[in-house]
Design a protein around this ligand. Structure first.
Ligand SMILES: NC(=O)c1ccc[n+]([C@@H]2O[C@H](COP(=O)([O-])OP(=O)(O)OC[C@H]3O[C@@H](n4cnc5c(N)ncnc54)[C@H](O)[C@@H]3O)[C@@H](O)[C@H]2O)c1
Length: 328
């Protein structure tokens, strides 16, 4: 495998920072472009080429791509809060559709032909069957999922007209941490870090949104994937660039209900972690479990860190070492 010159949009964010670690391990040359609206400057290694820029600055993005002779883009930058998207779809169409189109335009203008796009399980909406396969219907139940699907659809036409090749990766729930990088969002809406904030005494109780879903214990069921396994899938997608395809990325199995995740977190941390039941969140499907057979079969992806206890433990160890997130 030869090294590539790669631009990561959103590389100062949670998943982008771990993908950067993996790409550097494989000797790729990495440029990170991020507007730092949600990301952390401290998550970007000191010696990495970093450009503070918004994707909507199309001419500037084009110059960055052209000057650095970028060969492929991993497009992570996005707004990604389901609840916020229901309240404020305008933001999601602007930041996830318009900004992504601006990036695609800049890539076409600079002659960059390969994009790996971060999509989400939210494109499937309320699926008819589990585990979800890539060929299942995409009927998003919130503007976040819709915005991701809209850009993926645009990629098809950009590919036909301008030869822009894409691989779309639909992540289920990323979780866990490495030695260097962990999850720090404000507000933190993702279940595992939200539970750990309670374990660390930063919040009084975990809010559980609804306990009347048609699931085994009434709480939502999700599929958790270690962020390192997720990052490795990006490296594979770049190595074996499959033109214009979609892969799910999750661990499959039976998934975990919110109550089950809470129990594992209590075991890992040794803390009581109180919970509090509140109303359902609009746009939250009952169950989302991935079939990742396609990427295993076609790219040889082998998740190594599927065990939920290990996933939670890595996030907990990171939080213990970084009680103020990237500020210490
Ligand atoms: N975290 C998950 O479990 C999960 C699940 C499914 C899909 N995803 C997708 O993965 C990607 C990364 O998720 P994350 O959890 O690391 O998010 P994150 O918020 O930690 O990172 C996103 C980064 O993008 C940057 N950004 C946002 N808008 C930008 C813009 N217009 N221009 C430049 N930079 C911009 C932010 O500053 C941030 O650093 C997103 O596209 C998200 O939709 C995440």
């Amino acid at each position: 495998m030869r090294f590539m010159r790669i631009l990561i949009t959103g590389g100062a964010g949670y998943i982008g920072s771990v993908i950067t670690e993996e790409l550097l391990r494989k000797n790729h040359q990495v440029t990170i472009l991020d507007n730092l609206s949600k990301g952390h400057r401290a998550a970007v290694p000191e010696d990495i080429d970093f450009v503070e820029c918004d994707l909507l600055e199309e001419d500037r993005v084009k110059t960055v791509l052209a000057e650095r002779k970028i060969e492929a883009v991993i497009h992570m930058a996005a707004s990604s809060l389901v609840g916020e998207s229901v309240q404020n779809p305008m933001l999601y169409y602007k930041n996830n559709v318009m900004a992504s189109i601006s990036l695609a335009n800049a890539m076409c203008a600079a002659g960059v032909k390969c994009i790996v796009f971060s999509s989400t399980a939210a494109v499937y909406g309320e699926p008819e069957k589990q585990p979800i396969e890539e060929t299942d219907p995409t009927v998003p139940t919130n503007p976040y999922g819709e915005s991701k699907l809209t850009f993926q659809k645009a990629l098809r036409w950009y590919s036909e007209a301008y030869g822009l090749n894409y691989t779309t990766l639909r992540y289920f729930n990323a979780a866990g941490a490495t030695e260097k990088n962990g999850e720090v969002h404000d507000p933190e809406t993702h279940l595992i870090p939200a539970i750990l904030q309670v374990a660390a005494g930063k919040k009084p109780a975990v809010e559980i949104f609804g306990n009347d879903y048609p699931t085994r214990d009434g709480t939502c069921i999700r599929d958790y994937i270690h962020v390192v396994d997720l990052a490795q899938a990006h490296v594979l997608a770049l190595d074996a660039f499959k033109q214009n395809t979609v892969y799910n990325l999750g661990c499959g199995g039976n998934g975990y209900s919110i109550k089950e995740v809470l129990e594992v977190a209590r075991k890992v941390t040794g803390k009581k972690i109180p919970e509090r039941y509140v109303a359902r969140r609009p746009g939250d499907p009952a169950t989302l479990i991935a079939s990742s057979e396609k990427i295993k079969r076609e790219l040889g992806w082998k998740p190594q860190l599927q065990d939920l206890e290990k996933i939670i433990n890595s996030a907990w160890q990171w939080m213990l070492k970084h009680p103020q997130g990237y500020n210490c």
